[in-house]
Each structure stands twice: as structure tokens, then as C-alpha cells.
Design a protein around this ligand. Structure first.
Ligand code: GN1
Ligand code: MG
Length: 358
């Protein structure tokens, strides 16, 4: 694979090395180093992204817009091949694209201080704000219904009908809790017909490792734009709440370590709204805490559905991995629900018309 890639990009194969990088669940990422120059090489998972060309087109349009209207914004665009292609297909291997490795940039896998949460949230808010004038109709839907909670629940019900019976038997408490919390879906259904909600350019994968920082811990830009699609702000804010508030990730199996850190919630609200406060309606802002419930609940459903379907989507490193991930998320959800009122007060300061408060 290295040989074919090097040839297409005009790089000296014999002087290049490849090293696996990052810990995403879907695409594979490497650092490709040639003569001391580093690139990020990524193979798109085309079982999940069935039309990889759509991603390349989206990146192309976003890049053109940002270069024209915000030339100072660091947009990490794909390196092109000798034939000027932004993505390549290697028969028998799959789809690949390459980016320059931003040398001065730092990334974080975990959020260990509130200022990182603030900066990350500010960058995701800035991304959507800068693209407020971009026509969302130009974006291809790279993953249809990606954050459609109603559909995710239907897929869960289907799995209960057709999935691994032994596994279903053994995870009744998770199944029951998910069923009990169905009001989270009702609210999502209301949002979809709420005239105060707007679809904007949304990242849909706001984990902290998707933000580039400078050496002083200031945010530079966001990366991993495969799931950029029109969407609601609850997707981006919700995934930050899901992944920044607890000191441990969805992989943790010691649930006593799961915690809601209030000051990190404040940091997300301050960071995101420092960019988005004039974009979001008061009504939308009042769903800030709901955003966290929405994303944590959806992720729990997705992990459990996958467990019941024998791990066909996320894979599993050990028996019961996706059930652990699901139960981890359900614990996080319980803790968020317990602090809902305290957190809601923190956003209330950003809402002018207090009567819309949930
Ligand atoms: C997947 O591949 P990665 O880790 O960036 C998933 C997200 C989930 C996440 C959970 C395309 O993202 O939706 O939140 O795993 N992406 C896709 O860790 O399904
Ligand atoms: Mg991703």
C-alpha cells in the first residue's frame, strides 16, 4: 500500500515510513513520514461511508468558502496527488486521502483541564459560525440519518427482535433503562418541528482529539470533517458534554470513575457561546443541557444495538465490550440527569428571555 500511495503523491517510497496513529473507531489513520516531512494518511471505512467521494466533495466546497471569506482560518485541506485528486482509490485496498501534518499543532485525547474544554468548544462554535453563510444544501449527506435518534431507537427495537438472544437475555437492565428514558426521543421529535430550531453546518464528532491546539493550549481549528452535514447544534454541544465532562471515556469499565464535572460544563457553555450566542435562538439555548442527554442516550443505544447485533459496527476488543460501553454511557446519563437543574442554571445566564427555560 505504501508503495502505491507514495507513487500517486510523487513521494520517494524508499525514504518513507508508515506508523499507525490515533484511536478512532471507524477510519484507519497513519503518520506517513518522508524525509522528515510528516503527513496524515487516512483510509476511509467504506462499509460505513459508502460514498467516500461525497466526503471529498464536501471538503472541497468548505475549503473554497473558507479560503474566500475567512482566509485567516486554518483549514486542513487534503494534499492532492500528482493528478490533482483529493482522494484516491487503490483497487483491493480502498479509499485514501492525505493531509499535511500541522507541525506546530498539538492534540489531546482527554480533557484534563477546563481551559481545554473551553478552547475546544470555542473552535466547534467558531466552525459553525464561520460557515453560517455557507449554503447547507451544498453539503452531501455522507451518513444519512446519522444523528436521527428516532431511527436509532427503531434500529435498537429491530435488534431486540432479530439479534443475539443470549446477549439480549443478559442485558435486561440496560434495555429497560433505555426504554424508561424514551421521553428523550419525544423531545427530539418536538425539536424537529420547532420553528426556533435551525439546521446549520454541524461537525457531528466533537471529541477533543478533533481539535488542533497550539503549543500554548489555544485552539487553532477543527479536523476530521467526514461527518460535517447540516444538523442541529445539539449534536455538537451534546457530544462535547458526552466526552468532556467525565474524567474517563466511554472505554472505562470502572464506573465509579465516571463523574460530571460542573466547571467543564461551564467551560463548554462559555466557549461555544462565545462564538454562537448571536446565532442560536433563546429557545435553542434552553436545550443546551438536553443536548447532552440526547447524545449520551443515543450513544448508549448505538453501543447496545451493536452488542445485540454481535458487534458488527464498532467491533469489540473483548467479549461484552459494547455492553460495557453502553452501561458506561447509561451511568453518565444518570449522573447528568441528577445534575440537570444545576447545569441548566449555568446556561440561563445566556438566555435573555427566561420564559423559554425548560
Ligand atoms: C465513532 O470513529 P470515531 O471514533 O471518530 C462514531 C461516532 C461515535 C464514536 C464513539 C461514523 O467515531 O459517531 O460517537 O465512534 N462515528 C461514526 O466513540 O459512526
Ligand atoms: Mg470521527
Amino acid at each position: 500500500m505504501l508503495g502505491s500511495i507514495a507513487k500517486l503523491y510523487g513521494l520517494p517510497e524508499n525514504e518513507c515510513s508508515l506508523k499507525l496513529f490515533g484511536n478512532g473507531l471507524i477510519n484507519r489513520t497513519w503518520i506517513l513520514e518522508c524525509h522528515g516531512k510528516k503527513f496524515i494518511l487516512q483510509k476511509i471505512n467504506d462499509t460505513i461511508f459508502t460514498s467516500p467521494g461525497m466526503i471529498a466533495e464536501n471538503l472541497h466546497h468548505l475549503n473554497l468558502f473558507l479560503k474566500e471569506y475567512f482566509p485567516g482560518y486554518l483549514f486542513v485541506s487534503p494534499v492532492v496527488t500528482l493528478k490533482n485528486e483529493e482522494m484516491v482509490f487503490l483497487p483491493g485496498e480502498g479509499y485514501f486521502r492525505m493531509f499535511n501534518f500541522v507541525k506546530s499543532a498539538v492534540t489531546f485525547d482527554t480533557v484534563n483541564n477546563a481551559s481545554i474544554a473551553f478552547e475546544g468548544a470555542r473552535q466547534f462554535g467558531k466552525f459553525t459560525k464561520l460557515l453560517a453563510g455557507f449554503d447547507t444544501k451544498k453539503l452531501n449527506i455522507t451518513l444519512p440519518d446519522f444523528h436521527n435518534l428516532t431511527l436509532r431507537y427503531k434500529q435498537f427495537e429491530l435488534a431486540l427482535e432479530n439479534g443475539n438472544e443470549e446477549r439480549i437475555e443478559a442485558c435486561h437492565s440496560a434495555i429497560d433503562y433505555i426504554k424508561e428514558q424514551k421521553n428523550i426521543i419525544d423531545i427530539f421529535n418536538q425539536i424537529q418541528t420547532n420553528e426556533h430550531f435551525k439546521k446549520r453546518v454541524t461537525h457531528h464528532d466533537t471529541k477533543i482529539s478533533n481539535v488542533l491546539f497550539d503549543k500554548n493550549g489555544k485552539g487553532l481549528c477543527v479536523i476530521d470533517l467526514d461527518t460535517v452535514m447540516p444538523g442541529y447544534f445539539i449534536s455538537d454541544v451534546g457530544d462535547m458534554i458526552r466526552t468532556y465532562l467525565s474524567p474517563v471515556s466511554e472505554e472505562e469499565n470502572d464506573f465509579s470513575k465516571i463523574q460530571i464535572r460542573e466547571e467543564y460544563f461551564q467551560a463548554i457553555a462559555d466557549g461555544y457561546l462565545s462564538e454562537m450566542k448571536n446565532e442560536l435562538s433563546d429557545e435553542e439555548k434552553s436545550y443546551f443541557v438536553y443536548a447532552g442527554k440526547f447524545m449520551i442516550y443515543m450513544q448508549a443505544i448505538r453501543f447496545l444495538t451493536d452488542h445485540i447485533n454481535n458487534d458488527i459496527y464498532y467491533g469489540a476488543k473483548y467479549e461484552g465490550h459494547n455492553l460495557i460501553r453502553c452501561n458506561n454511557q447509561l451511568e453518565l446519563l444518570k449522573q447528568l440527569l441528577a445534575k440537570e437543574d444545576i447545569l441548566q442554571e449555568k446556561v440561563a445566564l445566556y438566555i435573555e428571555n427566561a420564559s423559554v427555560l425548560q
